[in-house]
Design a binder for this molecule. Structure first.
Ligand code: GCU
Length: 686
């Protein structure tokens, strides 16, 4: 093992070279002995990267080297753009994909070999990594014709990294980008990072925290420019664009102006100049991400301007250079907990929906999956089905802020899959969140998926080894949202832990069960919150009850939850009629979300005939036991996975057991003490 893990790109991992590997290796050695590369790429960065990757993969994984030849032919792996005549010859008669970043992999014959062709250099990099993925998994290539293009134009990671090296909501060590207010020069790590991104199709990275504070506003000044150029250069051959989070107040903080009012000409000019300087140095710079008017971050509201006035002003500074302005919809007001007229869940829709149609074409609204904040389960945010004239990005959270801090196991792809396949029921238009954010539902020019990264400088990148699967899954789903969580988990295990069929199935089963189990022992039925304030790890049933954050359950001795129906806070009216009607009624509201939408007596009888409170008790007792079962299942894998991985995951499970027990007992005791209703099975409650 290296000083840090190469994750799913560790081609020397001996646990992947067992079983049928040897036969597969003999076969490929017979079939592929040479490689040829498109001469138009020869002297480019992409060409250099591809040559290195091919050499790296064959020598480390299959333990033999390919010889370079000038053109396609017998036993040759040919790599090139669709414009290269050699590729055209090999793909003759096959309809080629037309979109940017698309690729095709095809095994033609032993005489003509294997070809990876692509529309553009980025696509070729994706194609080559996909080919290696298939080979790593021992998937037969002899009948292969694979055509792929990404469903989402934008596939972006958001790092919440601060310039001092700390990471907001980071559970995997310090920042890979920053330390001591400088950009790091750990080129090996950063190059592997870029390779890992390219290998799962991620094409953009926001390197700094959305809370742009302390030194971070200075990223826009000349001081950091040479280092940003260096980062962009490092990312470029892997198809990854650099983005920055910016503070709306930058003209004041670093520009020496006395205002950041978006309608002031000198403010506009200041941003235009900054953008021009950035683009001169980094022509493919992606753009800005902005958290404005949110949680102490100033924005256009400071000057009585609207969200669109703020966003458009920045977008116009970027537009001459082809840049994008990504504006977060996470806007809400801090409140007085006594005030029942405010429902934070309503905020984003109330603020942004009236502005549909007002945003410039290079503005993209980045919307969190749910209306609150990355809880273990929330309904899908109503903005997704209702902003027809606005580009949208779905924002997910890979880092496990509310889902166990990468101490507890929580494979999130099943949650993301539910979100992506949610149909908002737009009248006369079949759609899903996936089709909406991709831009296809309403023919929007920009769109895609973003997620808050879960990585840091830990040796295994993600703290919990198995949390690598979440990083992997985000990339794969952003590329193709129709993939199943199960398939992605299988792929990740095969490439990272073991290629042995029964091992794969066992680890995948652990991963697949982990989110429902985590939900059960924490806050099921859409209740959410009840976390320790500040850290967000571990239970604190009333931790957020008497605070400014707008996340209350308002439990009394008889009932719990917020009535968000049409006759309550009215939140349900933000949905299309289909969902409004279903969420409004207790009988038709999906039970896994019932406490999100309804205020219920503890004695409310649920579909299984048991009361709400009994279901809550049962969920916690069962959730804990199911967690223990996952732990035991992991313990049985000793000897079949890398011993370091085995032991470190085992240790995390020990901590998770402690946490799950705490959640079970604190939540059950809270419910019991509030209600005085005992568990009908008489299990210990304190
Ligand atoms: C959550 C999180 C913050 C973060 C914020 C955001 O509230 O706790 O740390 O800044 O989300 O998404 O901006």
């Amino acid at each position: 093992m290296n000083t840090y893990s190469r994750c799913w790109l560790d081609y020397e991992n001996p646990y992947l070279k067992k079983g049928s590997y040897t036969i597969f290796r003999e076969q490929i050695q017979k079939d592929i002995a040479f490689y040829a590369i498109d001469p138009s790429l020869e002297n480019t960065e992409t060409g250099r990267v591809l040559t290195k990757e091919v050499g790296n993969f064959f020598s480390r994984f299959f333990e033999y080297s390919l010889t370079k030849v000038p053109k396609s032919g017998n036993r040759t792996l040919s790599l090139g753009l669709f414009s290269w005549p050699e590729v055209q010859k090999l793909l003759e008669g096959v309809p080629l994909p037309k979109y940017p970043e698309a690729f095709m992999i095809r095994y033609v014959s032993p005489e003509k070999g294997l070809v990876v062709g692509a529309k553009d250099p980025k696509g070729l990099v994706y194609g080559v990594f996909r080919l290696f993925s298939l080979l790593q998994q021992g998937i037969s290539y002899t009948t292969l014709t694979l055509i792929e293009e990404p469903r989402n134009p934008l596939r972006i990671l958001n790092h919440w990294d601060n310039l001092d090296g700390s990471v907001e909501r980071g559970y995997a060590g310090r920042s890979i980008f920053f330390e001591n207010n400088k950009i790091t020069d750990d080129t090996d790590r950063l190059t592997d990072y870029a390779r890992l991104l390219a290998s799962i199709g991620i094409n953009g990275v926001v390197i700094n925290n959305v809370n742009v504070k302390e030194r971070a506003p200075f990223l826009l000044t000349g001081e950091y420019l040479p280092d940003l150029v260096r980062l962009a250069q490092l990312f470029r051959p892997y198809g990854v664009r650099l983005y920055l989070s910016v503070n709306f107040m930058s003209p004041v903080i670093v520009g020496g102006l006395d205002t950041a009012d978006p309608l002031e000409e000198r403010v506009q000019r200041w941003w235009q100049e900054r953008a021009a300087v950035l683009y001169k140095a980094i022509p493919d710079f992606g753009g800005f991400l902005v958290k404005a008017d949110s949680e102490y971050n100033p924005g256009p509201h400071t000057y009585g301007r609207s969200q669109s006035e703020g966003a458009n002003m920045l977008a116009r500074a970027l537009r001459p250079h082809g840049g994008l302005l990504i504006w977060r919809a996470f806007v809400y007001k801090l409140q007085d907990w006594r005030d029942r007229t405010i429902d934070r869940a309503r905020a984003a829709y109330d603020i942004f929906h009236p502005l549909d149609g007002d945003f410039d074409d290079n503005v993209i609204l980045q919307i969190k999956n749910g209306p609150l904040d990355f809880q273990v389960r929330e309904p899908v945010a109503p903005l997704f089905g209702t902003m027809e004239k606005t580009n949208q990005i779905l924002e997910l959270q890979i880092t496990q802020e509310y889902t166990g801090h990468q101490i507890d196991l929580c494979y999130l792809a099943p949650q993301w899959q539910e979100i992506l396949s949610f149909d908002p029921h737009i009248e006369g238009k079949p759609a899903t969140v996936a089709s909406i954010v991709s831009g296809s539902t309403w023919g929007r020019p920009h769109g895609g998926m973003a997620a808050v990264a879960n990585i840091g400088r830990d040796a295994n990148w993600t703290g919990h080894w198995l949390a690598q699967a979440n990083w992997y899954a985000f990339g794969r789903l952003a590329w193709d949202p129709t993939l199943s969580a199960q398939t992605i988990a299988q792929e990740w295990v095969r490439r990272t832990l073991s290629n042995d069929e029964s091992m794969v199935n066992r680890v995948v089963a652990i991963l697949q069960k982990s989110w429902p189990v985590y939900e059960k022992y924490t806050t099921p039925y859409g209740l959410g919150w009840m976390v320790t304030p500040g850290t967000h790890y571990g239970p604190s049933p009333e931790g957020y009850e008497y605070s400014i954050w707008g996340t209350y359950h308002r439990a009394t001795h008889t009932e719990i939850g917020v009535d968000r129906t049409s006759t309550g806070t009215g939140y349900t009216t933000q949905y299309r009629p289909y969902w409004r009607d279903r969420y409004d009624k207790r009988e038709t509201c999906p039970e896994e979300l019932i406490l999100f939408f309804h205020r219920l007596p503890y004695t409310y009888v649920m579909k299984n005939g048991k009361t709400l409170i009994q279901n809550y008790y049962d969920a916690h007792f069962e959730g804990y036991e199911e967690m223990r079962a996952l732990q035991e299942e992991w313990n049985r894998l000793e000897g079949s996975v890398d011993p370091v991985v085995f032991t470190e995951v085992q240790q995390r499970f020990v901590q998770q057991e402690e946490n799950a027990r705490q959640w079970r007992d604190v939540i059950n005791s809270f419910f019991y003490r509030k209600s005085g209703i005992p568990d009908e099975k008489g299990r210990p409650i304190y």
